[in-house]
Ligand binder design. Structure first.
Ligand code: SF4
Length: 401
């Protein structure tokens, strides 16, 4: 598909009374050596069925026996009561029909949770922000967001984040380390256990969004492994269409994502041109908006569409002309645009728009035929809304080793 040329735009001139433009955010070095996944890999939830089968094959099983045992194990451990620790000893494995040849390799894996709840912060709008402590003391956050038909869990993919977006509290932490697949899965196990306890009050947990702390594409291998286990019909059984991964636009990972996962993709756009996007999202210096669009147009599988997220900041990106530019940018892509009035974040120059400016922007964008939804952030009062995660953890985060 030919990608329409995007006219180069400069940032609009400030008018009297306008708030100051956000200061350009300095680029940070990305993944540091010390920021890799920690090396305590002997946990059951770090494995999807494929990696478990590979482990069992190395333990002496034939390929077919290893696959069969891996399937039984993920069903046993995560299929019946995914929020509870499974029975995990030789008798339990024998009861599953797992041969003795596989016991040693399997029982070397720890079936317990890798995270514990350090703090629960319920919000006035029923959102529940969870601060979770990993075994090395690192703090991450997840947010449970009840809805009328289903509950959504917003999960983290990294401890901190290297991408340094100007509107985001997590970006202020820098990157401490990657989360292992099991630590991503365990956010879901903890949330399922909590949701189970509130079963009569809320809709079932059916939606997962990777919009918590971290840039998922900077930890794509672990994120994909977690998604494979979470969407495995023998294990957690999340529908792939109910799992959404949000990226700031790491364009060179988009093809791999669509090749490896059937989950949905959200791209955080937040500006209608390169100059303004770069001022608030340093990733744009590496991947321009044109490069991002080209990667999406080339990689989006037939029948799939991308969700663009556009956080609206007062008099920064919310003018009717900006809606025109945004419509021109998304033209030709199968997409939907979520417009999100911003949350108070670390940059005082980035403030929510008035209701009138929000309505005018949405009407103008919709007028171009762009499918547009307004998403109201939830959990604001407990720092659990978009861009606010780590507001609490920041002050308690242990220094990286
Ligand atoms: S918005 Fe996302 S990618 Fe940007 S700094 Fe925050 S967590 Fe990282």
């Amino acid at each position: 598909m030919r990608v329409p040329e995007i006219p180069e735009q400069s940032a609009p001139a400030l008018r009297a009374g306008d708030p100051p433009a956000p200061a350009p955010v300095p680029a940070r070095p990305l993944i540091r050596r010390s920021a890799r996944v920690p090396r305590w890999r002997a946990r059951l939830a770090d494995h999807d069925a494929d990696s478990l089968a590979e482990l069992l094959r190395k333990a002496g099983g034939t390929a077919s026996a290893a696959r069969a045992v891996a399937g039984k194990v993920v069903r046993h451990a995560f299929g019946a009561e995914p929020g509870a620790a499974p029975a995990w000893d030789a008798a339990a494995l024998a009861a599953l029909g797992v041969g003795a040849w596989a016991h040693e390799a399997l029982l070397a894996l720890d079936p317990g949770l890798s995270l514990e709840v350090a703090e629960r912060a319920p919000s006035g709008d029923d959102t529940l922000r969870l601060v979770l402590r990993a075994r090395d003391g690192a703090l991450i956050e997840s947010v449970l967001i009840p809805g009328p038909a289903r509950t959504t869990l917003c999960v983290s993919s990294q401890v901190g984040c290297a991408r340094a977006c100007a509107f985001c509290e997590t970006g202020r932490l820098g990157l401490a380390r990657q989360l292992a697949a099991g630590e991503i899965v365990d956010q879901v196990r903890i949330a399922l256990a909590l949701a189970e306890g509130q079963a009569r009050r809320g809709a079932p947990l059916r939606n997962l969004v990777f919009m918590g702390m971290g840039e998922p594409f900077d930890n794509l291998g672990e994120v994909l492994k977690a998604i494979r286990l979470l969407t495995d019909p023998r294990a957690f059984r999340f529908a792939p269409s109910h799992v959404t991964v949000s990226t700031v636009g790491v364009a060179d990972k988009i093809e791999a994502f669509f090749r490896e996962a059937r989950a949905e993709l959200a791209v955080s756009l937040n500006a209608p041109d390169d100059a303004r996007r770069q001022a608030i999202m340093p990733v744009n210096a590496r991947f321009s908006m044109a490069a991002l669009k080209e990667a999406l147009a080339r990689s989006l599988p037939p029948g799939r569409r991308v969700l663009f997220e556009y956080v609206l900041f007062d008099r920064f990106n919310d003018a009717p002309d900006d809606a025109d530019l945004l419509a021109a940018y998304v033209a030709g892509l199968r997409c939907r645009v979520n417009v999100i009035p911003c949350n108070p974040g670390p940059d005082p120059a980035l403030r929510p728009p008035s209701a009138e400016r929000l309505d005018a922007f949405v009407a103008r964008l919709s007028g171009h035929g762009v499918t547009t939804l307004v998403r109201r952030p939830r959990g604001r009062d407990v720092g659990g809304a978009c861009g606010q995660l780590a507001g609490m953890a920041r002050v308690r985060q242990p220094a990286p080793a």
